[in-house]
Design a protein around this ligand. Sequence first.
Ligand code: GLU
Length: 416
Amino acid sequence: MRGKFNPWQMTLSQLDEVAREIDLDESIHQILRYPKRCLTVSIPIQMNNGKIKVFTGFRVQHNVTRGPAKGGIRYHPSVTLDEIKALAMLMTWKCAVVNIPYGGAKGGIVCEPRKLSLKEVERLTRRYISEIISFIGPERDIPAPDVNTNPQVMAWIMDTYSMDVGYSVPGVVTGKPISIGGSLGRNTATARGVMFTLMNAAKKLKLDLFEKTIAIQGYGNVGGNLAHLLSDEGYKIIAISDVEGGIYNPKGLDPIKVSLALKESGSVVGFKNADKITNQELLTVDCDVLVPAALENQIDEDNADKIKAKVIVEAANAPITPQADKILEGRGIFIIPDILANAGGVTVSYFEWVQGLQAYFWTEREVNLRLRDIMQKAFDKVYRICGERKVTMRKAAYILAIERVAEATRVRGLYP
Ligand code: GLU
């Protein structure tokens, strides 16, 4: 929990609101309000100085009615069980919005990865996986990258699990390096999905994106790749930030040069040809499209009325609090919600899992075309519900997701 904000309460209240809206069966509503399984594990590892340090890790499986649990693992000092529960529930809805056969899960370790060596991160990852090993697997629960985890971490997960069972199991994790069964296009998939959704929205709203300015908060896997993809399309990015702060130039920023500065100085702030701004200032710069691509709880009731963008694309999970959501809705700002906007990552994770199970791999073109197709279908469905029921895009996405999960729950029935 960050400050007064509790992400689990937030996701519960969103579920409750939609349950009322669609007159959801009370028993199904109750089932969906609880995560199926919450694991808290202690992870003792030997640090480079020879001392033992014990970290805390979580894995939450919210729902597995539509298929195995699916969701990333994040390494961050402010990870809490409530945060992971919230993000696991969001994964259930996300997989249902894009209609891929998964339930939702999330994992995390409370740590500051920037203060750990590569070897320490490897030991942390392997011991964490060994603590949750009987609960994961290609048919049970399939982890993936999230904040501060990457293909190398996924490779250690795949290896730890495979060594335990005695043979290689590529399907246990997605976001792997290509050399051990990763999918082409997975690394840029979340960003590509965000871009497709923005383009779909622009078409519906009759916005000429070439005339618009874009600000991106966050320069990790999602924000960084997105900046490059948007710039390749010819769109103008005027502000970018990372954990150290941000840069702003109304004439436009070239992500190739920004990435170079990041490589040399460790932060995008090292880029010379722009004004320095803070992460908070980035959110309120004069722009047409704002893309929060960092962490949750960035736009709250304190800064919601200062936002100048007319379109917000939630590339991060839960970057807007429900209070801020209401303010932005009142101001007529068009918000593309996380469970739709950033679903490209888990969609290509699904492709990776399918390719691994079949041991038959696709070209990058095939991956990107199928991704575009799925994102387009999901966007059109959500947009249609939005018009028919006169609700926000967020509510429309929730309606679509909850109805799909509810139908699967109803038809399966209760065991025993
Ligand atoms: N961590 C990503 C997300 O929040 C991807 C999850 C996955 O690929 O399973 O959607």
